[in-house]
Design a binder for this molecule. Structure first.
Ligand code: BES
Ligand code: MN
Ligand code: ZN
Length: 487
């Protein structure tokens, strides 16, 4: 798809359909600068007669005989509820609709969409949302692909062509990161193994020379003393891998380190999960998928920030080699862990990766994991759970979440939760009591972070969509990229 930016209605001559977002107040004053008075009045008149409401999801195609164009109106809902989520959702809806047509060029008026705030951020969000609407899992055939070749962005606001090409570049980088995260999440677990994740990272490395990659295999983990990680991967024939991606364009700058849980299938191990919906446990590598997506975006947009991505990947299987409830293992940090439930494996692969990541002296360390069903129960599917040992960091993540519509909700880490992890057989046990499971899981991780500024995102509820449109959401790639760029 090609994108153009223009300030006048001449570009309309070349498009098949022109898109205009309209709020429920049906005011069109925002787009006045681009269209002539005459045309605007005409559109207003048509809006009145076609009982278009401007509500989210409402759209109407009208023929404007004056400009000899089809105009597609789409509802933006109430102005006071407008924000990044509405932008993303409506753009996606509209472009998914356009997939069913044969149109090859559209123009979109963005002045109503960019009503306030930072114009360039919104413009970037619009473009990356349009790009995201193209994503389908590769199993689908060509028929379901978007046929649109050119998108003209129409606005009365002037930006230089240099600036536009920069915005375009970062928008495309973000959406390609999101697509990659989705693709990895959707790939079936017999294909998407730890080795597969490692080789997709190798592919990235060969495309982007600036990316440095290090793969830690099981023999090296043994040497490093990563007993917690190995206790998970030893139940599977698939060898576990920790992969580190370095994007360090700046000399002597402490990196932001992001660590993703990459359990390519979580059966629960000996503490076996019930069968219904177990297929969903292929998404248990979504944290890793999002970290890989973020790294792709960073190198693709040539971001001038030091970022290190770590994925900690294994398959959690039962079997004669698998860990038992009651096993005690030693982590790389030296702490001994009593494994009381082999299904609480995410924290086991994460704790060793976090200890390893400390050698980068991270400015911030953020781990991303489909860690607990309890988070899904507590917060539902809309925000990711946020936990941190540093409130300033938590606030920054929260604000990136709000800015991108990739929302988070913070939960507490009181000392009481840590008490639940006490055991007389080791330094710490891998599960807490019956309640607050998302928090005791986070508390377990916090034990391994000590003085680094750390945050944990539990994406169990947000990483995938259920139902007929089931699949990976690509979250929280958007949030993380915004966080990295603004810190
Ligand atoms: N991968 C699961 C968490 C999960 C559950 C993610 C549902 C998405 C949807 C994790 O490894 C797990 O099994 N957690 C257990 C922890 C428990 C044994 C303390 C859980 O949440 O039940
Ligand atoms: Mn599990
Ligand atoms: Zn898991």
């Amino acid at each position: 798809m090609k994108y153009k930016y223009s300030n006048d209605q001449k570009s309309l001559n070349k498009c098949d359909v022109h898109l205009i977002g309209v709020f429920t107040d049906k005011k069109l004053s925002c787009i006045e600068g681009v269209f002539s008075r005459e045309i605007l009045d005409n559109i207003k008149r048509i809006i009145k007669t076609c009982n278009f409401t401007g509500k989210n999801g409402d759209h109407r195609t009208i023929d404007d005989f004056q400009i000899k164009k089809q105009i597609l109106l789409f509802g933006l809902g109430e102005k006071k509820k407008y924000g990044p989520l509405v932008i993303k959702k409506t753009i996606l809806q509209i472009f998914k609709k356009l997939i069913q047509t044969n149109l090859s060029s559209v123009s979109i008026n963005v002045d109503n969409l960019i009503s306030s705030g930072n114009n360039e951020v919104t413009l970037e969000m619009i473009i990356s949302s349009i790009e995201n609407s193209k994503y389908t899992y590769k199993f689908k055939d060509e028929k379901n692909q978007l046929k649109i070749k050119t998108v003209s962005i129409l606005s009365k606001k002037k930006i230089s062509s240099k600036r536009f090409s920069e915005i375009l570049k970062s928008s495309l980088a973000i959406s390609s990161g999101i697509s990659l995260a989705k693709e990895l999440g959707n790939t079936p677990p017999n294909i998407c193994t730890p080795t597969f994740l490692a080789s997709s990272i190798k592919k990235l490395k060969s495309k982007y020379k600036s990316l440095k990659v290090k793969i830690i295999d099981e023999p090296e983990m043994k040497r490093l003393g990563m007993g917690a990680f190995l206790s998970v991967s030893k139940g599977s024939k698939q060898p576990g891998k920790i992969v580190i991606m370095e994007h360090m364009p700046i000399k002597s700058q402490e990196p932001i380190v992001i660590v993703g849980k990459g359990i390519t299938f979580d059966t629960g191990g000996i503490s076996l999960k019930p069968s219904p919906n177990m297929d969903e446990m292929k998404y248990d590598m979504s944290g890793a998928g999002s970290v890989i997506g973020v790294m792709k975006a960073c190198v693709e947009m040539n971001l001038k920030k030091n970022v290190v991505g770590v994925i900690t990947s294994a398959e959690n299987m039962p079997g004669s080699q698998a860990s038992r409830p009651g096993d005690v293992v030693q982590t790389m940090s030296g702490l001994k862990v009593e494994i009381l439930n082999t299904d609480a494996e995410g924290r086991l692969v994460l704790c060793d990766a976090i200890t390893y990541a400390k050698k980068y002296k991270p400015k911030y360390l953020i781990d991303v994991a489909t860690l607990t069903g309890a988070c899904l129960v507590g917060l539902g599917k809309y925000p990711s759970g946020l936990f941190s040992n540093n409130q300033t960091l938590a606030n920054k993540i929260k604000s990136s979440g709000d800015k991108t519509g990739d929302r988070v909700w913070q939960l507490p880490l009181y000392d009481d939760y840590f008490d639940e992890l006490k055991t007389n057989f080791a330094d710490i046990q891998n599960i807490g009591g019956r309640y607050g499971g998302a928090i005791t899981a986070a508390a377990f991780l916090a034990k391994f972070t000590q003085d680094i500024k750390w945050a944990h995102l539990d994406i169990a509820g947000t990483a995938w969509e259920v139902g007929p449109g089931k699949g990976s959401t690509g979250r929280p790639v958007d949030l993380l990229i915004d966080f990295i760029r603004s810190n």
